[in-house]
Structures are given as structure tokens and as C-alpha cells.
Design a protein around this ligand. Structure first.
Ligand SMILES: [Zn+2]
Length: 283
């Protein structure tokens, strides 16, 4: 997979503000900061991300991100994939598509869909229309799930944007009601369709033919990476491992074989109409 970095306009970077635990500075720290501020004339509380701390307050870490060059390259990668995926859906859906962002976080985050930890995996929150991702998940994908490769990672991102498309087009509501688990459930139909939509993007990306900033171009073998990833995060495998991708409302995504099948349908056809998982899995 080849890609050119874009402008990061698809990223909402919360890596410096998430991180799970708030850091209590305590009364001693407060006094020290007060002294430093008085001595230097600088507001050291501002460095803590709070301008008006009082004793006993807890404050978060600063917005500054301490990241390796490899991680920063990963941010560019996520932005580029998100941009390419969104361009594809804007073409397919026209004015019905609304662009959104990927919220990057570390360890844990408070989303409009509630508190989430990295262990829950990447997810889409229908309430604020955002995709949430801890970059550490890609290490998991490689090491724990045995699905390395940039297109495997891109598939995960594209799957989450598939949920966004479902939300915009009113499909998400169809998944609610009826049995919430099992092969015929609305939830499985929703997840398999998101896999198929990821494939629809993959089809578009392979037909691209030109590499510009913020875009990707697939290479031979890329689809196999995504298929490995789809197989790796099927319910049957995940339930054993007890971690991985999670939709906030449910744990059911379909079996590995189903996930591969629906990704392939999207990838082969490039047509969202080939993704009617509701007709296939509900009776
Ligand atoms: Zn999903």
C-alpha cells in the first residue's frame, strides 16, 4: 500500500489529554507551582493545562503529545486513510455524506457514548459521529491477532467509517430491535455491512491509479492483509481472546468466515448495493 501524507484535517488529536488517570498535583505541588509562578513571573499552572488551579484540584496532563517519529507517521497514515475513505463516500453518497474525524486517544477516553478504554478496541460513536482509535490497537492487530500490514490497519479504519455511513443513511436504526445476538441479529448485519463497506472503499482505492497528498494506492497482496484481519477479528476468535474490536452497543460482529465473505463482496464489486447484509442474515 502506498500513501502520501495529507494535512491531518481528519484527525482530532486527544492523545495528550486522554491517558486515563488525572494527575493530582496535591497541595505541595500547588505551593511549588505558586512559588515558581511568583519567582519567574510565568504562569506555571498554564503548563498543567489549567490556569486557575486551587489546592486539592486534580488536573489533566497537558495537551502536548510526547510521541516517537514512528507514532507521528502512524497519525499521518490514519489521517490519509480516513481522508481517502471519506472522499470515496462523498463520491458515492454526494450531499448525503458528512465528513467526520478520527479521535486519537491513549489508554482511555470519555466519548459521547460513554467512557471507553483502549482494550475495547476502535469504535464509532453514533451520538457524536466520531471514530475513536488508540494507535496501540495496531500493535495488537499485529502481535495478538497475527494480522500485520498497513492495509489490515486501513481495513479497521474503513470499517469504522462504514458505521458512519450507516448512521448517515439510517441503516443503524435498522439494526436496533429484534434479537441482539446470534447470526440473524441486526447487530451482526450491521457489522458485516461495515466490513462490506470497507471493501467498497478498498475497491475504489485499488482503482485510484494516482497517488496524491492525503490519498492511498493499493498494491498487489493488500487485499490479503485485510482478509487476514477480518478473519482475525471474527466473533468466534475474539470471544476466546476477550479483546479487540467492539461496537459500544453490542459484542456481535459475525464469524471470521462471514467477515471475510462480506469484505470480499465489497472489494470485488465496489458497489454498496452488494452489501445488503440484512437480506442475507435475517429471515
Ligand atoms: Zn463495527
Amino acid at each position: 500500500m502506498r500513501w502520501e501524507p495529507g494535512d491531518r484535517s481528519n484527525i482530532e488529536d486527544m492523545r495528550g489529554r486522554s491517558g486515563g488517570r488525572m494527575v493530582p498535583i496535591g497541595i505541595g505541588g500547588f505551593v511549588l507551582l505558586l512559588l515558581l509562578s511568583a519567582v519567574t513571573g510565568k504562569n506555571f499552572f498554564a503548563l498543567l493545562g489549567t490556569g486557575d488551579a486551587t489546592p486539592g484540584d486534580t488536573v489533566g496532563t497537558t495537551g502536548a503529545v510526547n510521541a516517537s517519529p514512528a507514532e507521528e507517521r502512524m497519525v499521518d497514515f490514519v489521517d490519509t486513510v480516513a481522508n481517502d475513505v471519506q472522499d470515496t463516500w462523498a463520491r458515492v453518497l454526494g450531499g448525503r455524506y458528512e465528513r467526520t474525524k478520527v479521535v486519537l486517544f491513549r489508554d482511555a477516553i470519555e466519548s459521547a457514548c460513554g467512557f471507553a478504554q483502549s482494550a475495547t478496541g476502535p469504535f464509532y460513536c453514533p451520538r457524536d459521529h466520531r471514530v475513536y482509535l488508540d494507535l496501540g490497537f495496531f500493535d495488537e492487530l499485529t502481535r495478538r491477532f497475527g494480522a500485520p500490514g498497513d492495509f489490515a490497519q486501513a481495513y479497521v479504519i474503513a470499517h469504522e467509517f462504514g458505521h458512519h455511513v450507516q448512521n448517515l443513511t439510517g441503516v443503524t436504526a435498522r439494526g436496533i430491535g429484534g434479537p441482539q445476538t446470534g447470526a440473524g441479529s441486526g447487530s451482526v448485519a450491521i457489522e458485516l455491512q461495515a466490513d462490506c463497506f470497507a471493501g467498497v472503499w478498498g475497491h475504489a482505492a485499488s482503482a485510484n491509479g494516482q497517488l496524491t497528498a492525503g490519498h492511498v494506492e493499493l498494491e498487489p497482496g493488500d487485499a490479503d492483509e485485510a482478509i487476514r484481519a477480518a478473519a482475525a477479528i471474527g466473533d468466534d476468535r475474539l470471544q476466546k481472546m476477550a479483546t479487540g474490536h467492539v461496537a459500544p452497543e453490542t459484542f456481535t460482529h459475525g464469524s471470521s468466515a462471514q467477515r471475510v465473505e462480506w469484505f470480499r463482496r465489497g472489494m470485488d464489486s465496489g458497489d454498496p448495493r452488494a452489501c445488503n447484509t440484512f437480506a442475507r442474515t435475517t429471515h
